[in-house]
Ligand binder design. Structure first.
Ligand code: FES
Ligand code: FES
Length: 156
């Protein structure tokens, strides 16, 4: 049965009327037209659907929309501010860390979440924190460069 579910999405308060057991990813993409967040595996295995919930990176394919009541959701569409890309987005651009681009929104949100949890991570810790983000184009060399560049910027 549908319920009214309220949360903050990319800085704006929002209420949706829907079945609270639906995946957050489905509501974002199909009801709210926020298609930057991708559907990859649907089983919490690839990271393509990563968004921030209260600043923590979560896999929106396995989070119900009902579970985010009252929380702050940030998607890739909400990352830039005042017309400026987020530094992590800039790092991915600078390192040309994309091929088809499908995995990139999830990678970026995962990295932003990791850097919010620990702004000055060690290199090994940083890379192991990104395990579970899968790039089907296997663009890992440039992805690793982008991750290191973003972390180096965060350390400054
Ligand atoms: S679509 Fe959610 S982790 Fe793959
Ligand atoms: S750039 Fe194509 S899946 Fe990663």
């Amino acid at each position: 049965m549908d319920q009214s579910i309220s949360f903050t999405l990319n800085g704006k308060p929002l209420t949706v009327a829907t079945d609270p057991s639906r995946p957050l990813l489905e509501v974002l993409r199909e009801d709210l037209d926020l298609t930057g967040t991708k559907y990859g595996c649907g089983e919490s295995q690839c990271g393509a659907c990563t968004v921030l919930v209260d600043g923590v990176a979560v896999r929106s394919c396995v989070r119900t929309v009902g579970s985010v009541t009252g929380k702050k959701i940030t998607t890739i569409e909400g990352l830039s501010a005042d017309g400026k890309l987020h530094p992590v987005q800039e790092a991915f651009l600078a390192e040309k860390a994309y091929q088809c681009g499908f995995c990139i929104p999830g990678m970026i949100m995962g990295l932003v979440g990791a850097l919010q949890q620990k702004p000055v991570p060690g290199d090994a810790e940083l890379l192991s924190g990104m395990h579970g983000h899968i790039c089907r184009c296997c663009g890992y060399p440039n992805l690793v460069k982008a991750i290191r560049r973003a972390a180096a910027q965060a350390r400054k």
